[in-house]
Design a protein around this ligand. Structure first.
Ligand SMILES: [Zn+2]
Length: 351
């Protein structure tokens, strides 16, 4: 159990360390493969894009294992270098033209050298169909399931005839939302992504109906986030551990996953908004003086404290924070939300 005091110390260190070492030259890169959940015969492309910094060399490695219906791995190949780049220009892509075959779990690793440091992106994905009945297929797995946050993408029935669009949107959500938002992307090794083999039905909030959960919902308890991606525009809602989102929205993805992954509360003014105050590192306060007292800890002043709606609920985050604004574009989380995200990731990592 991490005490509040030691947690505060850890958080302080995590804020200070990037300040000391975040010279521009340190590269920041992101890896993705496409298709995100390939069939055994599809060619697979591996892409590394760069946000910032100097990169002098990149190498790409892979190894492949068989997966049986119990999920056990066998006949794992030795890790092999399949491509290298010196003085690379970004984004760089390598396409493996022959498919990996059926019942495979593929692991690839981009080794990146730059600014006298070397680091790796190591990612595993299954080929489609995943042979383990009723289990979500790993499509972008980077860490121990018990130590990181796990998000399952579930196709709404409106995606039944549009599964290529669904797969492409899962890839896009990983690359353009979770690996894009300025804070979440720093923890790229703290999020695993899966695709569910069966559909669900996302219901419009205004219909008063709850989402229809997938028939394998009892197998998804490992996941902190479960999102039903749908084609038609509806008013999204969360409930029963599930949330819904249009396949293309990024701000809504951050907002709704903010509720389920980190228990962040709503920051917008509405009688239907969900406000509550978490005992540790809240992003809502139920009285003004507590919010004003918390403000300096987030490099804010009492002038940054805003009342939300007509009830006694207060926020410190700015107007652009995803817990206040959702929709298609992506905005960055503000300080109270960032601190709660970090607190959540530390608690998972110390499991
Ligand atoms: Zn909300």
């Amino acid at each position: 159990m991490v005490t509040n005091l030691s947690l505060r110390r850890h958080i302080w260190l995590l804020f200070i360390i990037p300040l000391l070492f975040s010279c521009k030259e340190n590269p920041e890169t992101f890896a993705i493969h496409s298709p995100i959940y390939p069939s055994g015969t599809e060619a697979v492309s591996f892409t590394l894009r760069k946000i910032d910094g100097n990169v002098s060399e990149v190498k790409l490695f892979e190894f492949v294992a068989n997966v049986n219906s119990q999920g056990d791995l066998s006949a794992t190949t030795p890790e092999t270098e399949i491509q290298s780049w010196s003085s690379p220009s970004f984004p760089l892509t390598f396409t493996r033209s022959s498919g990996y075959g059926s019942n495979k779990l593929v692991t690839y690793r981009f080794q990146v050298k730059g600014n006298n440091k070397t680091y790796n992106h190591r990612i595993s994905f299954a080929t489609r169909p995943y042979p383990v009945p009723n289990q979500a297929a790993p499509v972008y797995v980077v860490g121990n399931q018990d130590k990181v946050l796990n998000l399952v993408f579930i196709p709404d029935t409106s995606m039944n005839s549009r599964m290529t669009l669904f797969y492409n949107s899962v890839r896009s959500q990983i690359d353009s939302t979770f690996h894009q938002e300025d804070w979440v992307r720093r923890f790229r090794s703290s999020y695993n992504f899966y695709i569910n083999p069966v559909t669900a039905i996302a219901r419009d909030f205004d219909s008063g109906l709850s989402h229809v959960l997938p028939s394998n919902s009892s197998e998804l308890s490992f996941a902190q986030g479960k999102v039903i991606l749908h084609f038609h525009d509806i008013r999204d809602q969360a409930g029963g551990g599930y949330f819904s989102a249009e396949y293309y929205v990024r701000g809504t993805m951050l907002h709704e996953s903010g509720h389920s992954l980190y228990r962040l509360a709503d920051e917008y003014d509405s009688n239907s908004a969900s406000h509550w105050e978490e005992p540790e590192f809240p992003n809502n306060w139920d009285n003004q003086s507590d919010a004003e007292a918390a403000a300096p800890g987030y490099n804010k002043t009492t002038a940054d404290v805003r009342k939300m709606g007509t009830q006694d609920w207060y926020r410190i985050c700015n107007n652009q924070c995803p817990m206040r604004s959702s929709g298609t574009p992506i905005n960055n989380y503000d300080e109270p939300c960032k601190t709660r995200i970090l607190h959540t990731l530390l608690k998972r990592a110390s499991n």
